[in-house]
Design a protein around this ligand. Structure first.
Ligand SMILES: NC(=O)c1ccc[n+]([C@@H]2O[C@H](COP(=O)([O-])OP(=O)(O)OC[C@H]3O[C@@H](n4cnc5c(N)ncnc54)[C@H](O)[C@@H]3O)[C@@H](O)[C@H]2O)c1
Length: 345
């Protein structure tokens, strides 16, 4: 395979992958999928033919690989069609699917076809997350005791159309944090409790929620999410890694507390005591770490091309990992609905 013949389906979130593809000398962006003004503008910008229906695109264009950034309910149908068209490399946006059943269908069908499946949990390619993952694995925090995390956004009214009125921030946004926390700590969620509200938009889905996670390994995490409150305490606004946000306020969205010290991300500050001067009346030490801030979505696409070309063989987020994360999010939704603690299998 010389250049990877790639199509990008869905040109809202997928616009980033389409633009990155044009910049990548190993990719030949041969088609894009989508409809409406925005899709037409992105297709013109990247100079690729636009197909309003992905099935039509698969019927007419020969492809090595596809990026699927379609509404969640289309993930399984689109993967199914891609595999039937003989495509062997699929980068599928998160969540892997809306439902556990669809997710399992995707995983089984990709295994059966011998296709690479990478789920687009792009923060697994974030330099700040990878730094903290290594820091924890090296035991620098000691034993993890607890975690505090937040996802605060104010999405504009124009966001809430179509399927965005059916799926709330627990499925759309908290799924990132669930995945991040598992990826950087290696811990598995044992149970969840959620108190959610819809007092901002009064719609049928939640617009804010407080969550308590208990991990099998013992630690607990408290997490607050809202997509209708202005504030800088969410990864996207805090990390200085996201291509579409250019205002940063130096706030953390994640704090991990350990027996040897605590770490704030994305400010990359580690707080601890000197062994000979340990205790709350002693001077608390602060060590700052500098890391690069490459765009994690671009890094994910580059990793996908490595998989397509066989330079790497293990997807950074497999279908099974995407499903495990989805199961935790489904438990969050169930707890929000029932007001009960929900245990994971
Ligand atoms: N990784 C992230 O940080 C992130 C961020 C936002 C969205 N997402 C995910 O990306 C996916 C898309 O989300 P979105 O907000 O861009 O959705 P959207 O509804 O705004 O856009 C969907 C796109 O798909 C196109 N489309 C719909 N049906 C099609 C069809 N049959 N054939 C071809 N094109 C079709 C639409 O024209 C549009 O371009 C979702 O899975 C979402 O969860 C991921």
């Amino acid at each position: 395979m010389e250049k990877v013949r790639l199509a990008v389906l869905g040109l809202n979130q997928g616009a980033k992958a389409a633009r990155d593809s044009v910049e990548n000398p190993e990719i030949d962006l041969v088609a894009v999928g989508g409809f409406g003004e925005q899709a037409e503008a992105v297709a013109a910008e990247v100079g690729a033919p636009l197909y309003a229906d992905y099935q039509d695109l698969f019927d007419k264009v020969e492809l090595d690989a596809v990026v699927i950034a379609l509404p969640n309910g289309l993930h399984w149908p689109a993967v199914d069609s891609a595999l039937k068209a003989g495509i062997k490399n699929i980068l599928l946006e998160k969540p892997i699917a809306d439902t556990v059943e669809d997710a399992q269908n995707i995983i089984d069908a990709c295994h059966e076809a011998g296709a690479n499946l990478l789920i687009g949990h792009q923060r697994r390619s974030s330099a700040t997350m990878l730094f903290l993952k290594k820091f924890i694995a090296e035991g620098k925090l000691g034993d993890i005791v607890g975690i505090q995390c937040s996802e605060i956004y104010a999405k504009p009214d124009s966001y809430f159309t179509g399927w965005h009125t059916e799926s709330g921030p627990l499925l759309i946004n908290a799924i990132h944090d669930v995945d991040d926390l598992h990826y950087i700590t290696g811990m598995k969620v044992k149970s969840v409790y959620v108190a959610s509200r819809n007092s901002i938009r009064h719609g049928k889905i939640e617009d804010s929620a407080s969550v308590i996670f208990e991990y099998e390994e013992g630690p607990t995490c408290t997490f607050f999410i809202s997509d209708g409150t202005p504030g800088p305490w969410g990864y996207d606004l805090a990390a200085q890694e996201m291509h579409f946000i250019d205002c940063y306020h130096g706030e953390n969205s994640l704090r991990v507390f350990g027996t040897k010290g605590s770490f704030g991300l994305p400010n990359m500050d580690f707080y601890y005591y000197l062994p000979e001067r340990y205790g709350w009346t002693e001077p608390l030490q602060k060590k700052h770490f500098e890391v690069g801030r490459p765009d994690p979505a671009t890094a994910t696409l580059n990793h996908f091309i490595d998989l397509c070309k066989g330079r790497e063989t293990v997807p950074r987020c497999t279908g099974e990992e995407g499903l495990a994360t989805l199961k935790v999010v489904r438990a969050l939704l169930k707890s929000a609905e029932t007001h009960q603690v929900v245990e994971l299998d």
